[in-house]
Design a protein around this ligand. Structure first.
Ligand code: AKB
Length: 317
């Protein structure tokens, strides 16, 4: 039986991924870790430990002690925060990945690694519509540069040392369980909370900024399906495009208004507008569909119904 380590288990992806992995592999086989305390369901649902991925000695001891065979490394500084503290963000994003790749190379029991990349690897010179898997990549943000460098390192460790590292270029992820922090696509989560709490939202991107987005259940399925795919079917060892839906703030607001007719939105773009302006509007994920069966099951309308219902419940409780 595999023992799985999730780093960044208290975060937006980690908190949902841990729950899903525990259903599949059994609670005692999924070790949730983070540098901060995890939400109660993660703490109560199986092993949790404070672990700093930047501490390579602590990391390797943990992996050996718990006979870890799969690692999901989700900890990162996202695009907005990375622009505020560029050198720290670079160090955290890169050193943490290098620690993981080195451990995976050294410890024979570690069979697979998952590391998230992002649509931020693309830049202003990339085709914006239906962005191909292989294309021009000249990111102009610290986060994007770190993700592109990370992709290159993943590919390098696969080719040079046979490390089985798998990765997705996540679009913006929309979820109700744990809010994201410090990203450019965070508005697409905030808007639902503010619609319920106040009936209005001031958006930090302008109304026509189209970005690819994916509802969290689809992102979790994609992540686990990629990790469970037969290695021989995988043709990409840097990171796979996953598309989702292309949405603007105005379209999201229109969809919310179908449920909350009085909802209003205003626009006050900040520094994150300049980041979003360099990212794709939509992404071509054909290779993910062919290689490991990626599927998107939620559209804007289905997702909005669930987001509003779940956030209402959460606020009520
Ligand atoms: C961010 O906005 O920084 C992230 C991402 C698209 O990688 N959500």
């Amino acid at each position: 039986m595999d023992n799985i380590l999730v780093i960044g288990a208290a975060g937006q992806i980690g908190s949902e991924l841990v729950a899903e992995l525990r259903k599949i592999y059994g609670s005692s086989h999924v070790f949730a870790t983070d540098i901060k305390q995890a939400p109660p369901d993660i703490l109560e649902g199986g092993p949790f430990q404070i672990l700093d991925v930047m501490d390579d000695k602590q990391l390797i001891h943990f992996i050996i002690r718990h006979k870890i065979s799969q690692i999901y490394h989700l900890a990162a500084v996202l695009s907005g925060n990375a622009e505020k503290l560029p050198t720290q963000a670079w160090r955290i994003n890169m050193d943490s990945l290098m620690n993981i790749l080195e451990v995976a190379k050294m410890v024979e029991e570690v069979k697979k690694v998952f590391w998230p990349s992002s649509i931020a690897v693309f830049g202003p010179t990339t085709p914006r519509q239906n962005t191909p898997q292989l294309t021009v990549m000249e990111p102009v943000t610290v986060y994007g540069i770190s993700k592109l460098a990370g992709e290159r390192w993943c590919d390098y460790y696969f080719n040079k040392f046979g490390v089985d590292v798998r990765s997705l270029r996540y679009p913006g992820l929309i979820s109700y369980k744990t809010e994201p922090g410090g990203g450019t696509t965070d508005y697409a989560v905030e808007i639902y909370y503010e619609a319920i709490r106040n009936g209005n939202y001031e958006c930090f991107l302008n109304e026509s900024t189209a970005l690819p987005m994916l509802f969290m259940p689809d992102a979790i399925d994609a992540t686990i399906n990629l990790m469970e795919a037969d290695r021989s079917n995988l043709t990409i060892h840097s990171s796979y495009n996953v598309g989702g839906m292309s949405v603007t703030p105005a379209e999201l607001a229109r969809e919310i208004r179908k449920h909350i007719p009085g909802f209003t939105i205003s626009y006050n773009p900040d520094f994150r507008q300049a980041i979003a302006d360099t990212w794709p509007h939509s992404v071509d994920d054909t290779i993910s569909r062919v290689d490991w069966g990626f599927e998107q099951t939620y559209d804007l309308s289905k997702m909005t119904g669930i987001m509003l219902k779940e956030i209402r419940e959460k606020i009520k409780n």
